[in-house]
Every structure is written in structure tokens, then in C-alpha cells.
Design a protein. Structure first.
Length: 152
């Protein structure tokens, strides 16, 4: 099973070495899912509510089936374990998403942070850091937070 997932990852999700090329949709999906998983783990307490928030965000943002979502989340968990920082994820998002899409990623991060009804200082710090790395303005960062909180 893990070999099949790894082959799927290598054929569909590896970013190209040429940064001037357009980033594939698969890479953007993986980068977004990886950041959402990092958010879920930011406070060291993983809840079922957070996992549901991630699954819902991924399915709605990328219009994926349940099976595709499950595969993407499995791959993202592997990438999170392998990654040493957020750069590989945020650089893909910077190259492949519009500003509005980046704001939506920040909103999804907030949704995961609020999913367990407790906003931990580490979660807030992580959203702020990711927003800075993907060049989302403070105004849009706050508005995304307010939208996510009102959905709760």
C-alpha cells in the first residue's frame, strides 16, 4: 500500500525543478493539505473536529472525492513528516495561487484552528507566520480570522 501511495506521489505531486513553470494543481493541493495538517498538530492535540475541518476544506476547495481526499491527506502527512520547514509548501502556494486563493488558505487555517473550540497561542502564531510567508496582508489575515470564527 505505501509503495503504491509513494508511486502515486512521485508521478503526480513532485514539483518541477524549473521554478518558472506553472505549479501543477496536484502540487498546490499537496502544499495546502500539508499546511492544514501542520495547523492541526500545532497545539499537539489532534481532535476529530480538526480532522473533519481539514477534510471539509480540502474537499470543497479542490472538489475532490472522498477517496482522492483520503489519498491526498495520506500523502500530506508523509510530506509533513519529511519537511523541515514551511518553505517548500509556501513557495508553491506563492507561485501557483492568486492573492484571493492565498487569503482562502489563511481562512482554512483559521477554520482548523477554531475547529476544537480552543484557539491555542501556537495555532495563532502558525497562521500569522504562514500568512506572512504567503504575503497576505494583516487586514486580510484579520478578516479571514473573523470569517472563520463566524462559521464556528
Amino acid at each position: 500500500m505505501m509503495k503504491a501511495i509513494k508511486q502515486f506521489f512521485e508521478s503526480n505531486f513532485k514539483p518541477s525543478a524549473n521554478s518558472s513553470e506553472q505549479v501543477s494543481e496536484h502540487c498546490l493541493q499537496l502544499a495546502t493539505a500539508s499546511l492544514l495538517i501542520e495547523m492541526m498538530r500545532a497545539d499537539t492535540k489532534v481532535s476529530e473536529h480538526e480532522l473533519k475541518a481539514i477534510t471539509g476544506s480540502i474537499r470543497s476547495k479542490f472538489r475532490l472525492s472522498q477517496e482522492e481526499t483520503d489519498t491526498l491527506l495520506t500523502l500530506a502527512e508523509q510530506e509533513v513528516k519529511r519537511a523541515t520547514d514551511y518553505y517548500e509548501f509556501t513557495s508553491l502556494i506563492n507561485r501557483g495561487f492568486t492573492y484571493e486563493q492565498k487569503v482562502k488558505v489563511v481562512e482554512h487555517l483559521w477554520e482548523v484552528a477554531f475547529a476544537d473550540d480552543t484557539l491555542d497561542k501556537y495555532e495563532e502564531h502558525m497562521v500569522r507566520r504562514i500568512a506572512d510567508l504567503i504575503y497576505v496582508s494583516h487586514k486580510d489575515f484579520i478578516e479571514a480570522k473573523l470569517r472563520a470564527r463566524s462559521k464556528k
